[in-house]
Design a binder for this molecule. Structure first.
Ligand code: TMP
Ligand code: MG
Ligand code: ZN
Length: 193
């Protein structure tokens, strides 16, 4: 019997440790002697153009890609474990590719936001969550009350962002906070800019 593939997903709000856990998994797989490749979406240029970097400054060498095609053309034939950070920025075609990779026996690990700033599902993440063998759902700490936080609050012009802003705005703590059920809020009135 062929060895079977595995799909593992890490999700949660910003500043909760998703990228750190992904790096832990890469290091463990590499220590077992597995051939690993690490990718991230090219939009994530916050700390470094190519490496995956945590908010605490820990980093791991990665390749920036903008599409499943770019991932495919960079894959080594002997790769065993494939890691992809910022998976929410890709569309459903990335899930289609990963599905095939797992079927062919690869171990695929993806990390990203399950919810956008509206607490709506983000990009291809729902597909990954639905088909995952294992989901690591990480909570953060609410920046307002210190409670357990599952949401990411966007701040626009010093206020809660409104529903009608664009979904993707790359940013850090100047634009985003981790918030709990009670403290998370989205404005339903259009902000004036
Ligand atoms: P992080 O989870 O690795 O900290 O990064 C998440 C990235 O996603 C960060 O650049 C901000 C961005 N983002 C959006 O583009 N839209 C959103 O609604 C949210 C919550 C985050
Ligand atoms: Mg991250
Ligand atoms: Zn709170």
């Amino acid at each position: 019997m062929n060895s079977t593939g595995v799909l593992e997903v890490i999700c949660g709000p910003m500043f909760a440790g998703k990228t750190g856990l992904l790096i832990d998994m890469v290091e463990q797989a590499a220590a077992r002697g597995n051939v690993c490749q690490v990718f991230k979406h090219v939009l994530d240029n916050r700390f470094d153009g190519s490496n995956v970097v945590t908010h605490a400054g820990r980093s791991y060498t990665a390749q920036s890609i903008d599409s499943p095609l770019a991932l495919c053309s960079s894959l080594r034939p002997d790769v065993h474990d494939i890691f992809i950070d910022e998976i929410q920025f890709f569309d459903y075609t990335m899930h289609t590719l990963c599905f095939d990779l797992v079927k062919s026996g690869k171990h695929v690990f993806v990390a990203g936001l399950d919810l956008d700033y509206r607490a709506d599902t983000f990009g291809c993440m729902p597909l990954f969550l639905s088909s995952a063998d294992v989901v690591h759902k990480i909570a953060g700490v609410c920046e307002v009350c210190g409670g357990k936080a599952r949401f990411t609050q966007r701040i626009t012009n010093g206020k809660s962002a409104c529903l009608y802003e664009k979904t993707i705005i790359v940013g850090l703590s100047d634009r985003y906070q981790t918030r709990c059920w009670n403290c998370f809020e989205v404005s339903k009135t259009c902000c004036e800019r």
